[in-house]
Design a protein around this ligand. Structure first.
Ligand code: UDX
Length: 421
């Protein structure tokens, strides 16, 4: 099929490349000309495993990029909306980009004679597809739902594993109405063996938010259990392993530590809280998920301060990305930790295999090291904040090492301190 993807961030680019790998003909649309150029030159604008190879395989035969939305819509049968929906200052889901693109898509649909399906893949607060996207499409196209198709198909990609997750999803959620749209979406995902789950627009939107909120809740839950365990000298990871054997709980997302960062969990839980409050619902549990998460960085630094002074000490901070496998520092737990270290007048020696350039924009005043070993050798104290496996292979000699991510399986450093284990 001919498919257009509007927005080439993590979700849009991975969706475009993933569909192109499944023999669809894809046009990725972005108003950022530099990104368009990079994609057409097979240069990945983001770091994701397998993306460069996939671009080499699909560009230009199955994948191209353009800044002309109207032409991309006229030349395709399906258009995915993959633009950003960040949190605004009040934590509410900012739908500005969604509204702009919905209007432009509507205007393009007005010029189409064939059936065209619009797919909302951006994470949008429940009821957005029905109450905001659909009216804008109808108003600007002069057509009614049924003369075009509409589907809400939430993304389920983990950064660092995004292409793998797109190509092998646990399930494909399709919130849609009408047989014609269903047939088109079954063709889009025809080569995927994963279960296709059909529901309505708002149910699909809520499945996304509820799924991320529950995963975030599991993390805050085990971190709260972890703080009690640490006081009782209990290894939280043993507890996680034991409870995870109950298949209703599962062993996943029970890794205690510095907590969750990234562009999704903090934003999605905060947006759902804001939506709940705007509807007059008290979100006690979701509030606690955020509160526990926000206390983790300070709890970790307090744990360090129990063992050592920070003022004028050289502190090696190993790990800046919000998790291993990515260069993304959005909501990284390293940011509040570094802030506290600087407030305490420590000297920060920062290291990360991928995220140094991004963190430098946040903290230009700290020292960055290409070599993790060199930073460790120069440091008085070492903090491990991101679970990059390579850190566990370093020679820490007799340095005090505080691990916020439990990266050592066995042979821990001589002077090792586990945060919650
Ligand atoms: C998440 C969801 O996993 C994905 O399905 C959704 O589509 C987008 O949001 P992502 O944010 O990329 O993906 O990363 P994820 O691997 O989920 O980790 C999120 C954060 O939680 C990271 O900071 C990670 O370090 C932390 N985490 C994860 C824990 O602290 N403990 C865990 O057990 C798992």
């Amino acid at each position: 099929m001919n498919i257009s993807v509007i927005g080439t961030g993590y979700v849009g680019l991975i969706t475009g490349v993933g569909l192109a790998l499944n023999n669809h003909k894809v046009i990725c649309v972005d108003n950022n000309k530099e990104k368009v150029e990079m994609i057409n030159s097979k240069i990945p604008p983001i770091f994701e495993k397998g993306l460069e190879e996939a671009l080499n395989k699909t560009v230009p035969s199955n994948l191209s990029a353009s800044d002309n939305l109207e032409k991309a819509v006229l030349d395709s049968d399906v258009s995915f909306i993959c633009v950003g929906t960040p949190c605004d200052e009040k934590g509410k889901c900012d739908l500005t980009a969604i509204k702009v693109v919905s209007e432009e898509l509507g205007k393009a649909l007005a010029k189409k004679n064939s059936f065209h399906v619009v797919v909302v893949k951006s994470t949008v607060i429940p009821s957005t597809t029905e109450k905001i996207v659909l009216p804008l499409l109808e108003k600007n196209s002069g057509k009614k739902l049924g003369e075009f198709g509409l589907c809400m198909n939430p993304e389920t990609l983990r950064e660092g594993f995004a292409l793998q997750d797109f190509l092998n999803p646990d399930r494909i959620i399709l919130g849609l109405r009408g047989e014609e749209t269903k047939k088109v979406m079954e063709e889009v995902y025809g080569k995927f063996s994963s279960q296709k789950f059909f529901c309505d627009f708002s149910e699909a939107e809520m499945i996304k938010y509820a799924s991320n909120s529950l995963l975030a809740a599991k993390i805050s839950f085990i971190n709260e259990i972890g703080k009690i365990c640490k006081k009782l000298d209990i290894d939280t990871y043993k507890v996680s392993e034991g409870i995870g054997l109950d298949k209703r709980i599962s062993p996943f997302f029970l890794n205690a530590g510095l907590g969750f960062g990234g562009s999704c969990f903090p934003k999605d839980v905060t947006a759902l809280i804001a939506e709940g409050k705007s509807l007059g619902v008290n979100t006690f549990l979701l509030d606690a998920v955020i509160q526990v998460n926000e206390t983790q960085p300070k709890t970790f630094v307090d744990f360090v301060k129990k063992e050592t002074e920070l003022k004028n000490k050289k502190i090696a901070v190993l790990g800046l990305a919000f998790k291993e496998g990515t260069d993304d520092i959005r909501e990284s737990r390293s940011i509040p930790v570094i802030k506290i270290l600087l407030e305490e007048k420590a000297e920060v020696l920062a290291v990360d295999p991928k995220a140094e350039e991004n963190m430098n924009k946040e903290f230009p005043e700290i020292n960055y090291f290409d070599s993790s070993q060199k930073a460790v050798d120069l440091a008085d104290v070492v903090l491990i904040l991101t679970d990059w496996k390579e850190f566990s292979l370093l020679d820490f000699k007799d340095k005090l090492v505080f691990d916020g991510r439990n990266i050592f399986n066995k042979n821990k450093p001589l002077n090792y301190k586990g945060f919650l284990w």
